[in-house]
Design a protein around this ligand. Structure first.
Ligand SMILES: Cc1ncc(COP(=O)(O)O)c(C=O)c1O
Length: 358
């Protein structure tokens, strides 16, 4: 079967030389070769994300950090902004861990508003506030930079950000936005094979966990960071082959540069929105549209599943239906993240036009 070009919101297309980078003989995770590999990918990631904070690269998917950031930083009370499936998952995880969760709830398609966050944080004390940067189910990009200004007035509340479908395709100033913990999965805008998660942690979060009685073992910030500081390695056996791919791809990302990468994603998002407005409509609230995934409202009532199938069979291109029972067929999603260019997106939109008879 022919490979399909991926426009789903993750996993995304991976460069051939990145796939090939995994094809190397195995070595031990306590060997110097591993120290060289892990320190290179950690330091390169800091450079790409333009941060001096701690960076952890763990063999896991990003969901691991949704869980561990709660385990490491919250004893009792957490405020979770919910505006779609993944931000709801974050609240559900906190509840499952037995925390006292208050939801700041938004209708799907709407963005989290800084003034609501301010009001909620003034009403009660919370150890942490969680927010998704890019809600992949709805295609909403939350105004994290402005929300970060609110958090500046609440230094006792940790700001935890799920940036799983954003980092690498939508640049954020982590320091300026007062973010304590921000994480991603590598199979999205980093355009790597799945299986690694990246988390940026500041000193306050590290210190807090150090002084607390309960925290995650595997995803403990302290354990991961201390091991890196002492040995330049991971505390347990990592996915070495994936890290080899990571090293290769991160070099490509640095070569392009974070600003250029951000610009390319912006151009793809703008092109997709224009196309959507011409034929359909955009689902998210105006002014809060994602730079990495467009959720398009199916105003023409096309058979989305059938269109996806035909585009897949005829053109070997794969895009995504709307998320879950709420948005399936009512919307569809185009992932414009990772290594794609406007030309690639145009290839897909041309195919959709042809198949759907637009
Ligand atoms: C915003 C967001 N959060 C969390 C997840 C879960 O990520 P993973 O499956 O890599 O753990 C996803 C995956 O699509 C996502 O888009």
């Amino acid at each position: 079967m022919k490979d399909k070009k991926l426009y789903i919101p993750g996993p995304t297309q991976v460069r051939d030389d990145v796939i090939k980078a995994m094809d190397q003989p195995m070595f031990g995770h306590r060997m110097d070769k591993m120290t060289d590999l892990y320190t290179t990918i950690v330091e390169d990631t800091k450079e790409f994300l333009d941060t001096d904070k701690h960076v952890i690269i763990l063999s896991a998917s990003g969901t691991e950090f949704m869980e561990t950031s709660i385990l490491n930083l919250v004893d009792e009370k957490v405020l979770c902004a919910t505006c779609g499936s993944f931000s709801e998952r974050q609240a559900n995880i906190a509840e499952r861990l037995g925390k006292d969760v208050t939801r700041l709830e938004y209708e799907w398609g709407k963005a989290v508003k800084p003034e609501d966050v301010r009001e909620a944080l003034e009403k009660d004390d919370y150890e942490a506030f969680t927010c998704v940067m890019n809600e992949t189910s709805t295609g909403v990009r939350n105004p994290l930079e402005e929300i970060g200004e609110v958090l500046e007035d609440h230094p006792d509340t940790f700001f935890i950000v799920d940036a799983i479908s954003a980092l690498g395709g939508d640049h954020i100033d982590i320091e300026k936005s007062n973010i304590d913990v921000i994480f991603t999965s590598v199979q999205k805008a980093f355009a790597m094979p799945p299986g690694l998660a990246v988390c940026v942690v500041d000193d306050d979060a590290y210190q807090h966990e150090k002084e607390s009685d309960s925290s995650s073992w595997y995803g403990g910030f302290q354990r991961n960071i201390d091991y890196y500081k002492k040995k330049g390695q991971t505390h347990s056996t990592p996915a070495i082959s994936l890290m080899l791919a990571y090293r290769k791809q991160m070099k490509h990302m640095l070569e392009e540069g974070p600003k250029e990468r951000d610009k390319r994603h912006k151009e793809m998002a703008e092109y997709t929105r224009e196309w959507a407005h011409e034929h359909f409509d955009m689902f998210p609230e105006e002014g809060y549209m994602s730079q990495t995934v467009s959720t398009i409202e199916n105003t023409q009532g096309i058979d989305v599943a059938e269109t996806i199938k035909e585009v897949n069979e005829k053109y070997d291109l794969a895009f995504a239906n709307g998320y879950g029972s709420k948005l399936k067929e009512k919307t569809f999603r185009i992932g414009h993240m990772g290594e794609h260019t406007v030309e690639d997106i145009k290839e897909l939109t041309d195919a959709i036009e042809e198949v759907a008879g637009l």
